[in-house]
Design a binder for this molecule. Sequence first.
Ligand SMILES: Nc1ncnc2c1ncn2[C@@H]1O[C@H](COP(=O)(O)OP(=O)(O)OP(=O)(O)O)[C@@H](O)[C@H]1O
Ligand SMILES: [Mg+2]
Length: 219
Amino acid sequence: MIEVQDLVKKYADCTAVNNVSFTVGDGEFVALTGRSGSGKSTLLKCISGLLKPDFGEVKIDGRDIHKLRNSERAVFRNQTAGYVFQSYALEPKYTAFENIEIPLLIGGISKSERRKRIFEAAEFIGISEILKKPAETLSGGEKQRVAIARALVNSPKIIFADEPCGNLDKKTGDAVMNLFLEIKNLGTTVVMVTHQREDAQKADRIFEMLDGEIINENI
Ligand SMILES: Nc1ncnc2c1ncn2[C@@H]1O[C@H](COP(=O)(O)OP(=O)(O)OP(=O)(O)O)[C@@H](O)[C@H]1O
Ligand SMILES: [Mg+2]
């Protein structure tokens, strides 16, 4: 369960997140929508522990992630949460396999267990055929799938995704969206930023942001 209370994040010349509070239940799929600049990415970074807010708290299973020691937060980020970014954030020279392996290496997983988990994740996501290819040679849809496999490979409780379908054509985007619905159906909590109304409507709840605030919540 994610509990966000009175969250504020300011940059030099603007308040990107302005006093936001909400909760997300275990296994829920929440879509964050809103026009460009409304604060979606900043909010996602704050609730996933990537960015420290100025005020407020983010509790995950009762623990305030911004009050954890750095080493504890690193373990949280490795074990509890998976991240998918619009820009994929893959290591270009590494193969798909090596990219997916990174969180497992950080988590100190043995080689045989790493191979097993990578092959399982790749099969689930439908990228078994491309595991040996360097990331820089893959198409956008393939890169996004590798990024999702990397986010899933540690079986996190929560997946945070920032416009995971943003760079994809409609057909590939729909396939990636269906993957997220499958992930949700396996019991994983999903918080996804999206511009696409059609995608947002597949979520359990939609939060609409404007000027750093949640102005609308459709249950
Ligand atoms: N690193 C930064 N430094 C200064 N201002 C920033 C920074 N990142 C974001 N902002 C500002 O904070 C506000 C919210 O930005 P954010 O990226 O969270 O919006 P967004 O809703 O994700 O937009 P988009 O749909 O374009 O991705 C914007 O006014 C933006 O200019
Ligand atoms: Mg954004």
